[in-house]
Design a protein around this ligand. Sequence first.
Ligand SMILES: [Zn+2]
Length: 296
Amino acid sequence: MLNLRDALEQAQKKGVAIGHFNVADLVMLKAVFAAAQELKVPVLVGASDGERAFLGVRQIAAVVRSLREEFEFPVFLNSDHTHSLADAVQAAKAGFDSIVFDLSALPFEQNIRQTKEAVAALKSINPAILVEGEIGYIGTGSEIHDRAPDLTKGLTSPEQAKQFVESTGIDILAPAVGNMHGMLKSMVRGETRKHLDIARISQIKSAVRIPLTLHGGSGTDDQDLRNAIAAGINIIHINTELRVAWRRGMEEALARQPDEIVAYKVLPFAVDSVKQVVRERLSLFNGMQEESPQRH
Ligand SMILES: [Zn+2]
């Protein structure tokens, strides 16, 4: 069975990126898994602090493992934005394939020191686990924001990236390259899109030569995403677009069936709505021909 490291190597060789989609419940997980299965591409399921707390760390690990084993399918699980070593250890022990160890809010030297310690601790639990480190500033939560944060001062430089990777021993780096968590209202309405600093991605890739993750992919211009993959991005995170799709699917279900009380007759609308977004994003990340309209 393919592991996440192999899947990343294959993605780099093929010039495609692995889609990373956050889930908060089984509805979203079913949607992500079904879309990946239909397109026959590896996929990363993500759960960050709030999502892990709601799902249960060991419970989501058990469900994803059961999908991987029953369907012999390359579905992987990532502990997204893990802010403490204790939480990271918990996820590693539960069987997560990768950990995003995020101390990017700390001063650079402190981030280096603690991330290096985390890499050693996590690899002692599972030598195959992949650890992603975070530097730079890419805004706050995967929510709908009134205005854009000032990202200019938090952009990652190639020198900083190289120093961070060499000092910590991380497997994957998440740089700040114009990307941002969450979406602006105008992006949800489809009027504006995020744009990325493609030249900066190329320079960082040449400096570090390890897999790169793009966080905050929701609402990003399609062509910028293709260019980012060509420049060296290997994993792309989509969360807010799924949350918007989940909400719209639920609203549609309740509006169409105002008296329905059977959960498994209501929830499939949300599954379909989320699945549609995942399919479009996976098609784009994997260079497939499928029609990929800008949708939000
Ligand atoms: Zn993120």
